[in-house]
Structure formats: C-alpha cells, structure tokens
Design a protein around this ligand. Structure first.
Ligand SMILES: [Fe+2]
Length: 262
C-alpha cells in the first residue's frame, strides 16, 4: 500500500490547501500518482491554538473533503504535524493529536486550555505522533522530552528529519533513532535531491527512517509528489526494499488501529 505520511491537504486549516477546490485537485493528483492512503497532518502550534479548537477545525475540514469524495481517491486518515514545545511530554492532550487517535474524554475544564496545560489524562495506546522538532540546535532537554513522549505507548515520527541533520544535532538524532518507538519521516523532494539523499538513504536502509511524505501544501507550490521520493528510494535500494517498506507501513497503521480498538 502506497502511503503518504505527511500532507497538508485539508482546506483552510493551516498554510496548506487554501480552499476545498485546492484539496480536491490535490487528491485527484494523488490518485493519479497511485497513492492509496494519505495521513492529513495540519500544523498544530500549542502557543497559537487549543487542542479542542484544532480538532474541531480539522473535523470540519475533513468532513468537507469527504463530502466531495471521488472514486479512486486515497483513503484519508487524520493526524497532525505537532510543533515541539517545552513541556510537550507532560501535556497529556497532545496524545489526542496522534494519527487517528480517538479523542479522550472531553476536558473537565471546558476545553479552553492549551495543550501545554499539564493535563494528565492517560496516554493513548498505540498512537503515532508526527513531531516537528525545533529548528534551533537541540539540547538535552529536547532529546529527553522526545524520549519521554514515547512512554505510555506513543510512537514518535520525526517529521522531515533532513531539515535537522546538521552537525550540532547529529549525536542526538542517532540516539533518538536508535530507540524502538522513534523513527524518521523524510520528504519526497529531499529524497529526490542527490545531496540530501546521501544522508537519507542510509537511514532508510537501517530502518531508522521508515516513512515518506510529500509534505504537500497546494497544487502548484509544493504539490503532491510522493512518486519522486519513491523513485529515488527505488533506484538506491531496489524494488524489494520499497515493497517491504510499503508492507511495513501498512502493518504499522493497522497495528495502530488494532491497539486503539483493544
Ligand atoms: Fe508539514
């Protein structure tokens, strides 16, 4: 199954698809490209929005897209691209932003608090969070908080890891990706870039990067382009590798859903 793990296809919710017509064009394009499933990952910024507000907007945008569903479109799963913030590992409600994680009980405080309020609701089981790491150099607390997020069963996917692969972060990236509940996602256009591919392909070969995303934002600017990344992996690591990656990705999402229902 061909899966796009990172896409801003939902309309009017972030700097991605600006309206429903754009979303429709993007999904038409994905269909032509042979994408079977796309995880919709609008940006979540804890300092600018609440979890409740975000989930409400995402649901509205998702429903709008589904109301116009066309034959052959990829299945759309709901997720978020959550920007790291200090205290994230203690913000219980962040788990509600994990891929297809079911909402926990509605907040007793009426839902007005931000994700970082320290709400200690139990962590969701079997959920995966697409995490956008800080763009400044990572210190120990960034690394520790990322590890703490995985306690309680949360799987952490480091979004477009290539943007952070610089000498200051090298050791931390190595330590984080050595952990069983953390893996990297790479953007298709980066895999298609020879210079970046030299760093990314070994991560895929070692199983430390396991997910590809288009990180698409529109039709003309940053369009859906998953095949560009897949082609690059195909030529670097072969057809068998790519088929295994697809199977692994499918199993990964199945597992998340199963655990959620358990
Ligand atoms: Fe993104």
């Amino acid at each position: 199954m061909v899966i796009d793990f990172h896409a801003h296809i939902l309309p009017g919710i972030d700097d991605g698809a600006k309206d429903l017509e754009t979303s429709i064009e993007m999904l038409d394009k994905m269909k032509k490209q042979g994408v079977d499933l796309v995880v919709a990952t609008p940006h979540f910024y804890a300092d600018r929005m609440t979890v409740d507000g975000f989930l409400k907007n995402r649901e509205k945008a998702y429903e709008a897209v589904e109301s116009r569903r066309r034959d052959g479109w990829p299945k759309v799963m709901k997720g978020a691209e959550v920007a790291f913030f200090p205290g994230i590992s203690k913000a219980g409600r962040v788990r509600e932003l994990a891929i297809e994680a079911e909402s926990a009980e509605p907040s007793a405080k009426g839902g007005s608090e931000a994700a970082g309020s320290g709400d200690e609701s139990p962590p969701g089981r079997g959920a995966a969070l697409l995490l956008e790491m800080p763009f400044r150099d990572w210190d120990r607390s960034v690394e520790q908080e990322t590890i703490s997020l995985t306690r309680g069963g949360l799987f952490v996917i480091l979004a477009h890891i290539e943007r952070f692969m610089r000498p200051a972060n090298e050791a931390a990236i190595e330590r984080l990706l050595a952990r069983p509940n953390i893996a990297a996602q790479a953007n298709a256009n980066s895999l298609a870039d020879r210079r970046l591919a030299r760093k990314l392909v070994p991560l895929f070969a070692d199983g430390k990067a396991r997910f590809i995303g288009s990180d698409c934002h529109g039709v003309r600017h940053r369009p859906p382009n998953l095949p560009d990344g897949r082609k690059a992996l195909l030529s670097a690591l072969g057809a068998e590798f790519l088929a295994r990656l697809d199977e692994d990705n499918e199993r990964f999402l199945e597992e998340l859903c199963r655990k959620k229902q358990a």
